[in-house]
Design a binder for this molecule. Structure first.
Ligand code: TMP
Length: 212
């Protein structure tokens, strides 16, 4: 069985991290193989330091610096972690990937989308997800969930308008790339969302010739 890269995307508070853990457990049971989970930024040792600088550093981070740091984290992650595991046939669930840069730095910060595509290409060497699950929730519900969790990081503290632009960015990506990106309604209980995730994963697996 060949390796697969499945990415979980969405705005703050969409529940992707919880759903990724649940999908990881379910897929492990279905496939009978170890399914690996990772994240961006922070999927490598260097990436963990980049994540700290990006989200919790004391200095203000300029928009282009932010873009380059996410790209640097990704380059290290692809080369040092994703590719080696995929080549060994691993199934990897990744919390955020290239579409987050398009949505946050492109649509959110307003940086040039073509430049971001080029940078994503450099950082990934062309490695795309096999499937991206976009957990879509309203900005108000997502941010409310984050506030209830307590302390927020630098990006979570950005303006409401910024988060609306990010969500619109994910919507545009899903419309443009509908074969790869699947929208999952992320409102409702964790159990209800998990059922929707399982349905989307099962559909993808049958497209890949796997039954579950
Ligand atoms: P999270 O993984 O806990 O959601 O936090 C990562 C934060 O970094 C989140 O606010 C989204 C942001 N981010 C970007 O702005 N661009 C990117 O390319 C990635 C991977 C994340």
């Amino acid at each position: 069985m060949g390796g697969k890269l499945i990415v979980f995307e969405g705005i703050e508070g969409c529940g992707k991290t919880t759903q990724l853990q649940r999908s990881c457990q379910w897929l492990t049971e279905q496939l009978g193989i170890e399914v690996i989970s990772t994240r961006e930024p922070g999927g490598t040792k260097l990436g963990t330091e980049i994540r700290q600088l990006l989200l919790h550093g004391e200095d203000a981070v300029c928009d282009r610096t932010e873009l380059l740091l996410y790209a640097a984290d990704r380059a290290q992650h692809v080369e040092g972690f994703l590719r080696p595991h995929l080549e060994k046939g691993a199934w990897i669930l990744c919390d955020r990937y290239t579409d987050s840069t398009i949505a946050y730095q492109g649509y959110g910060r307003g940086l040039d989308l073509e430049l971001i595509d080029q940078l994503n290409q450099i950082a990934t060497g062309g490695l795309q997800s096999d499937l991206t699950l976009w957990l879509d929730i309203s900005v108000e519900v997502g941010l409310d969930r984050m506030q209830k969790r307590g302390k927020s990081d630098r990006i979570e503290q950005a303006s409401l308008d910024f988060h609306h632009r990010v969500r619109a960015g994910f919507a545009a990506i899903a419309q443009r790339d509908c074969d790869r990106v699947v929208r999952i309604e992320a409102s409702g209980s964790e159990d209800a969302v998990e059922e929707r995730m399982k349905r989307a994963l099962s559909q993808a697996m049958s497209r890949w010739g796997l039954n579950c």
